[in-house]
Design a protein around this ligand. Structure first.
Ligand code: PRP
Ligand code: URA
Length: 208
């Protein structure tokens, strides 16, 4: 079991508003940012810190320093972009690599249209971000691409996950850790997550 589900009253509260069909674009974006920060908090719990000496106004002390160069944030376009701010709010120097994928509406297979990663991506922990894990096709294709580029440690952060998608990642990529805010019932005949929140990209960008 490589998935960690955030089980917290703040998450439950924010998800309730996020899912609501009456929630508008502005509030939707703000909530995606806030939940992404909370996901990042959980996903960096195992971060290794360098010991450094600092001086407070009263004394010298040893403390821990995060090497932000260890991370690359990888949003899956479009909807993943909505989560970037929430991550770089707390890891401001992380580099950002982009992969553009959309799901073919008939086959539900991901189609790649853009790929640009930081030069030294193979030396970084890649944090793939996308609000929705449905069939798992988009994130699996992203993981395959990053592994081809030599990335050795990959974490995937999403807001709503379907059990079907989790199973696909755990089968194809058992080394990848999944952090999600909630796991829903499953997919409908159009491969949408139920109850879910609808089309995340459309709700973030106000498109249809
Ligand atoms: C959505 C979502 C994921 C993907 C999940 O993107 O943001 O990337 O679907 O589905 P999967 O797990 O079955 O691959 P979409 O293709 O709608 O593109 P968009 O972000 O441009 O709206
Ligand atoms: N993509 C979305 O945006 N929502 C879903 O429920 C499934 C895929």
């Amino acid at each position: 079991m490589n998935e960690i589900v955030l089980n917290h009253p703040l998450i439950t509260h924010k998800l309730g508003i996020l899912r609501d069909v009456n929630t508008g674009t502005k509030e939707f974006r703000e909530l995606v940012t806030e939940i992404s920060t909370l996901l990042c908090y959980e996903a960096t719990k195992d971060a290794k810190l360098e010991e450094v000496e600092i001086e407070t106004p009263l004394a010298k002390m040893q403390t821990g320093k995060l090497n932000e160069d260890n991370y690359a944030v990888v949003p899956i376009l479009r909807a993943g972009m909505g989560m970037v701010e929430g991550i770089i709010n707390v890891i401001p120097n992380a580099k950002v690599g982009h992969i553009g994928l959309y799901r073919n509406e008939e086959t539900f297979e991901p189609v790649e249209y853009y790929y640009k990663m930081p030069e030294d991506i193979e030396n970084r922990i890649a944090m793939i971000i996308d609000p929705m894990l449905a069939t798992g096709g988009s994130v699996s294709a992203t993981i395959d691409r990053l592994k081809e580029d030599g990335v050795k440690q990959i974490k995937f952060l999403c807001i709503v996950a379907a059990p079907e998608g989790i199973k696909v990642i755990e089968t194809n990529h058992p080394d990848v850790q999944i952090y999600c805010a909630v796991v829903d019932k499953g997919l409908n005949e159009n491969k949408y997550i139920v109850p879910g929140l609808g089309d995340a990209g459309d709700r973030i960008y106000g498109t249809k």
